[in-house]
Design a protein around this ligand. Sequence first.
Ligand SMILES: O=C(O)CCC(=O)C(=O)O
Length: 363
Amino acid sequence: MAEGLKLPIIDLSSPDRTSSARLIRQACMECGFFYLVNHGVEEELLGRVFDQSSKFFSLPLEVKSKLARKQNRGYTALFAENLDPTASSKGDSKESFYIGPLEDATQNKLNQWPSEDILPSWRPTMESYYKKVLSTGKRLLSLIALALNLDEDFFEKVGGLNKHTALLRLLHYPGQLGSSDEEVLGASAHSDYGTVTLLASNGVPGLQVCREKSKQPRVWEDVIHIDGAFIVNIGDLMERSTVHRVIPAGQERYSVAFFLDPNEDSLVECLASCCNESLPPRCNNYPLQGIRTLQINAQYPSRLTTLIIIKCFMGRLRPCNWWTMLVKLPFNRVLVLFSTKPRNRYYTSNLSDTKSLLQVTTN
Ligand SMILES: O=C(O)CCC(=O)C(=O)O
């Protein structure tokens, strides 16, 4: 197994916020991953989340399948998702459960909950965790704003999370799979498409990071578990997203990922502090909703999405913006954004797969 990565540890409760922001900035420029401690989510609550998660995933498949994923909420079975179809046709060896925003009644209605008769503590436990980790994520985002030379309350002021689309995802990787000639990963190589992801696990190894995604063959480094710490990575909307994966460790792994994603109606636009005359914005006014829908569809491929991609590639259809984005996406990853007003503004760091964003903002 590859050597463990040495990642910086950020203390969310440190009174020296300037130093913390500096550390985050460095972590994001170098790797896009760091640990977060003193984050305010009690270990006892996390313990209950894992306990409920294990109870749910132990249920018979027919029971879990009654909550099958709809509108990106609910249960996905083993091999349903394929994060890297170029590596394997089989799909990823994990099952999962998505929970979406709770505060907004329309969004909350989409959530699916296991029956109280079967798992009476599931819903209150997940709701408590969702609220806690959301608050941690928002505090972290204010440090990231500082790291980008913005006011701490920048993202809050522009209302970027007023109608956020953060997803909590419980994951279960079975320990043993039947033998197969094809290498099957727990989660194949991918980067996350939101702003930040906060990940907790039951300590079973498997998470690996590739710092140079264009280098072949790829070099994978283990991310070691630290008790009580979240593993945080920045997503595509923060420009320096890092490819990661989960390999089978021969033991059952449970994890819980919280993807802090902004308002659905956001437009992707470059932050003023992240571009200048010599480095103009490379991507502006991309609608987040379009990008996300396309990304999610690509993860759970349907015949329609595949057809559109093929037709665009063959030049048989004149691609509209969204289709163009879909085709470009793997090569030209997008950026940050948030909206000040519904259906209006925006914003972002500067894009491309280079580390230029954070370098440009260095005074
Ligand atoms: O389960 C893990 O450790 C990682 C999960 C992950 O990378 C993801 O869901 O995007």
